[in-house]
Write a protein that binds this ligand. Structure first.
Ligand SMILES: Nc1ncnc2c1ncn2[C@@H]1O[C@H](COP(=O)(O)OP(=O)(O)OP(=O)(O)O)[C@@H](O)[C@H]1O
Length: 303
């Protein structure tokens, strides 16, 4: 049981159901002449799992970066629980938004437990002097942090590997560890950037279960992913970005059935798609060719 006041409990970042936790208004991000994200309005409420999808280069990661203080939007603003985001990513984490990255960013030569402890630094109040002097306050805080880190490892299924070096974990477990480290900052909103990239189907299903369990703790989740089956199984709501703009937003069925989404992924249907007449002509020509071949003596031996 966690008793120390320097740490928060498992649901510290949780909010009342239905409360808007993330509110992005008119977010635009330009890089020189290129507009990567254009005038996007977007909200996430507590208790929700929201998906962000779109073809390559649609602006998903850029938008994520605008939500985590990595980029300051050229226009528009982002609020977390009513407050405009601070312009530094560590301050955004401290405010309650945690994230994982498309390319895993662990401390490879630290243990699994140490990686989670690093994620807790925004939630411990012990200062430099306390750490240097290693007084009773420091030891108490450290014990509480370890206890919480172990709880999180238990939650993601890695408690048995707390002492392993992060670099020795298989790929799927490294992704779980990243999630545990993000949860260590006790967020109210967790952003996952392609959490199933490179995973096999079993690992993907396990990740789905893990995300549901995170949501059940009262943490809102926003996820970017290319695996459509994963997204449509998982999300209460899905937004589609295309060329930096939000094209469609709705529940899975609405988004899956929207012709504009299909067109954005597959390209517009051919204007001159072959009609019945053309198909009949081709079939007739093929039949004719077959007859000619069969009739030609010694044809088999010519090959
Ligand atoms: N730092 C940057 N400087 C200049 N252009 C950038 C920068 N970051 C992204 N872009 C451009 O912005 C556009 C959107 O890129 P972004 O990576 O956000 O798309 P994405 O939807 O995440 O793509 P993917 O699914 O391939 O990861 C692209 O044209 C990209 O080249």
């Amino acid at each position: 049981m966690t008793t120390d006041t320097t740490t928060k409990d498992a649901t510290a970042g949780a909010s009342a159901p239905g409360e808007v936790v993330l509110d992005a208004r008119g977010v635009t991000m330009r890089f020189g002449g290129l507009t990567a994200v254009r005038n996007v309005d977007f909200t996430v409420k507590s208790g929700e799992i929201v998906g962000l999808i779109g073809p390559n280069g649609a602006g998903k990661t850029t938008f994520f970066n605008c939500l985590t203080g990595l980029y300051i939007p050229t226009e528009g603003e982002v609020r977390y629980k009513g407050n405009v985001l601070p312009p530094k990513s560590y301050k955004v984490t401290a405010a309650g938004i945690a994230r994982t990255f498309q390319n895993i960013r662990l401390f490879a030569n630290m243990t699994v437990l140490e990686n989670v402890l690093v994620g807790r630094h925004t939630r411990t109040k012990e200062g430099l002097w306390s750490a240097l002097l290693r007084g009773p306050g420091f030891h108490k805080a450290e014990a509480a942090s370890r206890e919480r880190a172990m709880e999180l490892l238990e939650f993601v299924g890695l408690a048995g590997k707390a002492d392993h070096l992060a670099r020795n974990l298989p790929y799927g477990e490294q992704r779980k560890l990243e999630i545990a480290r993000a949860l260590a900052s006790e967020p109210g909103l967790l952003l996952l950037d392609e959490p199933t990239a490179g995973m096999n189907p079993q690992e993907t299903r396990a990740t789905e279960e893990l995300v549901f369990a995170i949501r059940d703790k009262g943490i809102a989740v926003l996820v970017i992913e290319h695996d459509m089956r994963f997204i449509f199984n998982l999300c209460d709501r899905v937004a589609v970005l295309v060329q930096g703009e939000k094209l469609v937003e709705g529940d899975s069925a609405t988004v899956q059935g929207d012709e504009r989404v299909i067109a954005a992924y597959l390209g517009e249907p051919f204007e001159d798609a072959p009609g019945d007449e053309e198909v009949a002509e081709v079939e007739a020509a093929e039949a004719q060719a077959e007859t000619t071949t069969d009739a030609a003596p010694g044809k088999e031996n010519d090959r």
